[in-house]
Design a protein around this ligand. Structure first.
Ligand SMILES: Cc1ncc(COP(=O)(O)O)c(C=O)c1O
Length: 271
């Protein structure tokens, strides 16, 4: 979020009689791990009486990092936070979490008290809450079990070490690309996501080249990467978020990208 553009958009809404109600800041963007300034967004949200939500779905994993836990970036200033254990807490898919500062906001929004969901027992001493009063769902699977089990089995310190290893892998890819004449990186990786692009070939063919190379790499079965759009260009998006990934695999991946890109340029010339 560009703060000047945000301020202008809020002012424009107010001029039109529209009341803006929520600001969403990102704590680790999908493409590059970029972070919004949550203290700045908090200041604006307070001034404008708006809700502040922080999307830490991916970047929230950094909170467990041993080397750079990013606990000084103001995430705690948000009214609500999305955090996806199925991303960078290495949990299996379907374990998204929403944390709210004031739980009564959820019960006020979703709470319902049909007689069959209430009983006469005094539960004031129990750490037990009907989930149905806090979200859309009632009958649901026990999603939190796998998150709890992995924290119990591996512990937050070990998971944090895996996260640090992934960040170092992205940094290694960045360092390799910086030295490489045919590739460039979109930015320094603050987390594990890194976008790089091949500079060779015809500019008009770049998007096609990147997607055809990413497809060939997927078909090879050794790596899976995607492509994305940034700054009006197509990039390879690489995000090591697996605890089995090894540093040397970054070298291997870049060498493979180099070969595949060179071949794609030759093939495009022949076509
Ligand atoms: C920053 C960020 N927010 C939200 C999402 C969406 O997460 P989910 O698929 O768990 O809804 C993603 C998914 O890539 C993401 O990277």
């Amino acid at each position: 979020v560009r703060i000047d553009a945000l301020e202008a958009a809020i002012a424009e809404d107010r001029r039109k009689g529209i009341r803006p109600m929520c600001l969403v800041g990102i704590f680790g963007s999908t493409n590059t791990g970029a972070m919004d300034s949550l203290p700045d967004l908090r200041r604006i949200a307070d001034r404008e009486s708006m809700w502040l939500h922080a999307d830490a779905a991916y970047g929230g994993g950094m909170l467990l990092s041993r080397e750079r836990p990013m606990r000084d970036r103001g995430l705690e200033l948000a009214d609500s936070i999305t955090l996806d254990p199925h991303k960078w807490f290495f949990a299996p898919l379907d374990a998204g979490a929403l944390l709210v500062k004031d739980e009564s906001c959820l019960t006020r929004s979703f709470g319902m008290k049909p007689s069959y969901l209430t009983d006469g027992f005094d539960r004031s001493s129990e750490r037990y809450l009907y989930i149905t009063h806090m979200c859309f769902e009632q009958s649901r699977r026990f999603r939190s079990l796998k998150v709890w089990m992995s924290l119990k089995r591996y512990g937050s310190a070990e998971i944090g070490r895996w996260i640090d290893a992934n960040v170092r892998q992205a940094e290694r890819m960045h360092a390799l690309v910086e030295k490489h004449p045919d590739f460039e990186a979109a930015s320094d990786p603050p987390m594990s996501a890194i976008c790089i692009r091949y500079k060779g070939g015809e500019p008009a063919e770049a998007a096609r080249l990147h997607s055809s190379v990413a497809r060939r790499i997927e078909q090879g079965g050794r790596f899976w990467i995607s492509t994305t759009e940034l700054k009006g260009r197509t990039w390879f998006r690489i995000n090591p978020v697996n605890f089995r990934t090894r540093p040397e695999q970054m070298d291997e991946l870049l060498a493979l990208l180099e070969r595949e890109c060179a071949q794609a340029v030759v093939a495009a010339k022949k076509a």
